[in-house]
Design a protein around this ligand. Structure first.
Ligand code: AMP
Ligand code: ZN
Length: 140
């Protein structure tokens, strides 16, 4: 198991730092975010340290997504969430602030501004088709 001595989420996984842990599996842990953007905002992280999406192993990634799905179901069934956003920030450019891979599970509440005032960080605007094809070719 990889650990980093100065990593907050390694500390939480090991039980050395406080957290409100809500679920664990063999490879992953789910705990409440201390700055929730909506009620029930949870973080799911591998027990073994990985910096980000580029660093996490396929097995740990699968374990995190699987646990995130369970948390999403609980948010729907127990908190009355109407939907859920999964979010991962990998890299400073993507606003990552804790460099131990994690997935945010963000319960969403329709027409309940007291619980949910967030939107999406982009506007949906039709793109240039040639540019989309050119970039698509780079990713193919
Ligand atoms: P990110 O910007 O994607 O790296 O997200 C890091 C998240 O970790 C933020 O939403 C913080 O509120 C959250 N966070 C930081 N420290 C803790 C902690 N000790 N316990 C729970 N959540 C934390
Ligand atoms: Zn760590």
């Amino acid at each position: 198991m990889r650990t980093e001595s100065d990593c907050v989420f390694c500390g939480i996984s090991a039980g050395d730092l406080p957290s409100t842990t809500v679920a664990r599996s063999e490879r992953a842990i789910a705990f409440m975010d201390i700055n929730p953007v909506t009620p029930g905002h949870t973080l799911v992280a591998p027990l073994s340290h990985a910096t980000d999406l580029f660093d996490v192993t396929a097995e740990d990634l699968v374990a995190c997504v699987h646990l995130a799905q369970q948390i999403a179901e609980r948010a729907r069934d127990r908190l009355g969430a109407d939907g859920v956003n999964l979010l991962n920030c990998s890299g400073v450019a993507a606003n990552q602030t804790v460099f131990h891979f994690h997935v945010h599970v963000i319960p969403r509440f329709e027409d309940q501004p007291s619980k949910d005032r967030i939107g999406l960080p982009w506007e949906s605007v039709p793109g240039d088709l040639d540019e989309i094809e050119r970039i698509g070719a780079l990713l193919s």
